[in-house]
Design a binder for this molecule. Structure first.
Ligand SMILES: [Zn+2]
Length: 137
């Protein structure tokens, strides 16, 4: 008897809750970095932020604070003062995800930032946990 592999696969997938399936596809976005003069341009900044499901402003705030520099949003791009390598920017994205995207209870990225009483929380849509996040000023 031949095994209908396709339908076995489909049955397997249908048992996985939609949210878990979405999370398993999560990949860390990578920055496209160009250094022009004394500035570092992140060409796909807006896309990176949207893949993280966070506002570009919040991601930029985190980066400029970590790099102790300043920067601006320019349409889809971000411009940082100073020369930074792609490795440095990619590392910051990973650190941002750990600090502001992943749920510290279940480690899933399906979360959103919620502000309450001047504090920021990471609210998880998978397990319902609400954990405090570092406040960015
Ligand atoms: Zn969770």
């Amino acid at each position: 008897m031949a095994i209908d592999y396709e339908s076995l696969l489909q049955r397997g997938f249908s048992k996985i809750p939609e949210k878990a399936f979405k999370s398993s596809k999560y990949e860390t976005p990578k920055a496209e970095v160009t250094v022009i003069g004394s500035k570092t341009i992140i060409n796909n900044f807006k896309e990176v932020a949207s893949r993280l499901n966070r506002s570009p402003n919040h991601v930029l705030k985190f980066m400029v604070r970590e790099l102790a520099t300043s920067g601006t949003l320019e349409d889809a791009r971000a411009s940082l003062n100073g020369k930074f390598s792609k490795e440095v920017v990619d590392d910051l994205i990973v650190r941002y995800i750990k600090a502001y995207v992943l749920c510290s209870s279940c480690n899933k990225p399906d979360t959103k930032l919620v502000r309450e009483d001047r504090l920021t929380f990471i609210a998880c849509e998978v397990c319902g946990a609400k954990n405090p996040a570092k406040t960015l000023i």
